[in-house]
Design a binder for this molecule. Structure first.
Ligand code: ZN
Length: 227
């Protein structure tokens, strides 16, 4: 009997906690600055396409789900710019962990890929009033902190070298760039969506970043995304 009551109380507590979090972040969103225009996060001619948005990704025989961003392969230490005026809601490092084997080849610690340096910036579209978030993953030397206001083009950090803890132990130096339009809960966002049972995020909370960039603004003309 006591067990059931405790379970129900726990559930109620979680619901209240979630509701208060949503409420807090909705109120915070009123202060997000308007981004009249947005630009591409990397310098022109500095990148080539990597894994695209929505791609089903498998690494080391394990399915990670659909890619909720687009990867741009580029040289290490390429500057990553804020796409528009905004407010930094997340800036942290989630180190990757390298594989360690003993002298006899036995696995001591398995490889764990992660974000490395990640920055998430909140923006508001002045034409629709809608809030959206730009996400930049696999950076090093972060230049901004949570709570900073950033202007369009401001440097957020640089692309980390491949197979380092800062790039999250991925095989190539690249920027993972995402556009999130879901509710902000103050927690780091995932790079993949593993299906309807994925409790971390929902598919409809993500946009194809290249299409989002092309359609932003009121001029109606497409931006040229070089190269
Ligand atoms: Zn990616």
């Amino acid at each position: 009997m006591l067990g059931i009551v405790m379970k129900k109380l726990g559930k109620l507590f979680r619901v209240i906690l979630r509701a208060s979090r949503v409420c807090y972040h909705r109120i915070s969103a009123l202060c997000y600055p308007f981004a009249p225009d947005i630009i591409f996060p990397l310098p022109q001619n500095s990148w080539t396409h990597g894994d695209c948005f929505g791609k089903d990704c498998v690494f080391d025989g394990v399915s990670w789900g659909e890619h909720m961003g687009t990867d741009f392969l580029t040289f290490p230490r390429t500057h990553v710019h804020a796409i528009g005026r905004g407010y930094v809601v997340y800036a942290d490092i989630h180190f990757g962990i390298k594989e360690i084997r003993g002298e006899d080849g036995t696995l001591i610690q398995g490889l764990r890929r992660n974000w490395g340096g990640i920055v998430i910036v909140a923006h508001k579209n002045p034409r629709t009033g809608k809030v959206f978030f730009s996400l930049y993953g696999h950076l090093v030397d972060l230049q901004v902190s949570k709570g900073d206001r950033v202007e369009q083009g401001e440097i957020l950090g640089v692309v980390a070298e491949a197979v380092t803890e800062d790039n999250g132990m991925w095989g190539e130096a690249h920027l993972h760039f995402g556009i999130f339009v879901g509710p902000w809960m103050g927690r780091v966002l995932p790079g993949y969506w593993s299906g309807p049972t994925d409790s971390r995020t929902r598919l409809e909370w993500w946009c194809n970043p290249l299409i989002f960039l092309e359609n932003y603004g009121d001029s109606g003309k497409e931006k040229t995304l070089s190269p």
